[in-house]
Design a protein around this ligand. Structure first.
Ligand SMILES: C[S@@+](CC[C@H](N)C(=O)[O-])C[C@H]1O[C@@H](n2cnc3c(N)ncnc32)[C@H](O)[C@@H]1O
Length: 342
């Protein structure tokens, strides 16, 4: 039989080239870098289940040690996520379960390409272009902020609030990839939301993610800067939520290279006291909240005190009161509940 499928052909070509390599007769350039560094003699070839090729485990071990030598953060998780992505799963335990699997040449090429990006400190979320937030898998695109696990707690706090009082509409300031609004909309099928961000990339990504999770018909996305007069109509809200930029300027230097080099600095830079965007959010919330309406915000652990005293100074104008703080995984006060009062 003359006909062979494209994938069988690639596999055969790969095995032939690999055999040539193993015989030490050729310098193999097809898989750039990786092959030249690692497959120069017989000692690196694998015979797994009777097939010669590169196994998941070989790639795992090779890249784990390369990442460790190069001081890449989370070296094990990095290669696990890359391998899982190439194996078309989000379950990183598959990597261990399929450790003897021989990868196709194009799969090896993709692993190599992704690992080389990781060596340049590209966040894993941008490399695999997706990330999980609660039970959702969201598309990720640089430089839009990557949702962090603690923000899932903010969603829980808001959900418990919505449960106490039936709320049909919420407003989110600084939506980024849309993680918070989409998670809330998925959890409450009758809820509607307005999500706002000054970054057009963030607004587009929120739209993509909302479409992906079938909630776009209940979400309005507005591209605007909270420091300008927010044009979202006359309506008032019972609940506003935000994870704004809140990192103190002096702390920016301590951030990991992954963040400094690849994520939008405006997404985390909160100015000298971390309040540069928080204060405009408080002012806008004062106008947009109903009486007894609540603003839920993720902040730095130094902020609850600073916000309390700033609200006290501006009590007559804003009529807002910080009534509760919630702790994060490290028992730090990281979430505030602010109430609109007379
Ligand atoms: C920390 S990220 C949060 C993103 C998302 N809510 C999350 O939790 O993953 C902050 C977001 O605020 C947006 N942002 C920063 N300054 C802003 C401003 N002045 N007005 C509106 N959005 C702003 C950034 O573009 C960024 O998407």
């Amino acid at each position: 039989m003359n006909t062979i499928s494209a994938s069988s052909f690639k596999l055969l070509r790969y095995i032939n080239l690999k055999l040539l390599m193993c015989n030490g007769k050729c310098e193999f350039h097809t898989f750039c870098g990786y092959q030249r560094q690692t497959f120069t003699s017989n000692s690196n070839s694998s015979l797994v289940n009777g097939k010669i090729g590169v196994s998941v485990n070989e790639l795992f071990l090779k890249w784990k040690s390369t990442f460790i030598e190069s001081d890449v953060s989370e070296p094990v998780e990095s290669i696990q996520h890359i391998l899982a992505h190439v194996l078309k799963t989000r379950n990183i335990s598959i990597v261990h379960r399929q450790k003897n699997k021989i990868l196709l040449p194009e799969e090896v090429e993709r692993v190599t390409e992704y690992c080389q990006q990781r060596l340049k400190r590209v966040p894993i979320q941008y490399i695999i272009q997706e990330w999980d937030f609660r039970d959702l898998t969201l598309k990720m695109k640089p430089p839009v902020f990557i949702p962090r696990p603690e923000t899932e707690m903010l969603v829980d706090i808001v959900l418990s609030e919505i449960d106490c009082k039936p709320i049909n509409k919420i407003l989110e300031f600084c939506c980024g990839s849309g993680a918070i609004s989409i998670a809330l909309l998925k959890s409450r099928p009758l809820l509607r939301a307005i999500a706002l961000d000054k970054s057009i990339d963030a607004c587009k990504l929120t739209e993509t993610n909302a479409k992906l999770h079938c909630v776009l018909d209940r979400l309005k996305i507005i591209n605007c800067d909270i420091r300008d007069n927010v044009q979202i109509g006359m309506e008032k809200y019972d609940v506003i939520v935000s994870n704004p930029p809140y990192v103190f300027e002096k702390d920016l230097y301590n951030l990991q290279p992954e963040i400094k080099l690849y994520e939008d600095c405006d997404a985390f830079n909160g100015g000298v006291d971390g309040l540069a965007v928080i204060k405009p959010i408080l002012k806008a919330s004062s106008l947009l909240l109903n009486y007894q309406g609540k603003l839920f915000m993720e902040v730095d652990s130094r902020h609850p005190l600073l916000i309390t005293s700033w609200l006290q100074e501006n009590k007559n104008n804003l009529k807002l009161n910080l009534v509760k703080t919630h702790k994060d995984f490290c028992s730090k006060d990281r979430f505030v509940k602010i109430l609109k009062e007379y």
